[in-house]
Write a protein that binds this ligand. Sequence first.
Ligand code: FE2
Length: 328
Amino acid sequence: MHQSGSTNGDSHQRTFTQELAVVREQCENLGSLLQNDYQRVRRGLGIELQLNLVEPHITPLIQSYRSNPRPVLSASCFPNSRLPQQVQHSLRRTLVTIALATHINMDRPEFILEVALASYLADISMAAIPEEIINKPDKLSTDERKVLQNHPSLATKLLRSKDFPSHTLLYILHHHERHNGSGYPAGLKGSKIPFGASLVGICDTYCALTAPRCYRKADNPTQTIVTLLREKGNAHAPKLVDTLVLHLGGFPIGTVVRLSSGEVGVVHRHSPSAPTRPTVAVAQDPGGQLLTPPFLRNLEDEPDVSVARVLDSSKTRLNVLELLSVSG
Ligand SMILES: [Fe+2]
């Protein structure tokens, strides 16, 4: 897999910025399609999505990730805020799922497509669940929990008459099972859980924790990686946790960090051989002055400098997207 540049299967060389624009355009299309069906489900109507509407937008994302992981990983940091939260969550989860599925099962493209489709469609039935239940900050009552926990079965029912692969429906049905058997709907444990469902499940957790909810702030990506590692073997299978952490890194792309030098920047890329020593696009000097132009510091080559702190990206004045496009 290339770490820079892109061939993207059409022999057309694109820069990172061009490739990111392509990825975001596919996400826009997928977001509009999903939003349309969310609205239909909310009104009690059947869904319109079918394989030939979705696949043409998912396949280019899979190809893009194989050519160069950075555009897809970068897009996963930037949900489209014009879309409902559930739709944004499904899109981010789809991108992270493509990343994880590619590394877990690179030689089985049909698996990557099936699991990406499952990730995209898994919560389509949430539109039928009252917002008061979805956004309730307190513990759910038994009845409310039953309604919420019915959403994988309901999604499977809504999609049954469509032409999506049967494995995709199976992964949707079980995407809330947990490795230790504490999940739903069947309380399956370990290897009894369909593997694609476990894969969507860990990506769902990562994306849920890194997004704000009306009753809590988002965790930063590094906090979330730490949470996943701490819970390894409980909620999620060790192999999935290890692979996700290896390829997202301890400081995932887009994370705003302060370095031990006092400089501030954005994680620009990382190398699986050094998950805690990413390349950072440095944009602010130790005195807080913006640097023009920003520059890249590869911590793998600079043993004296390390990441000192992760900063709240919503509170910085850095243009993260622009910094991810810095070349060097
Ligand atoms: Fe779900």
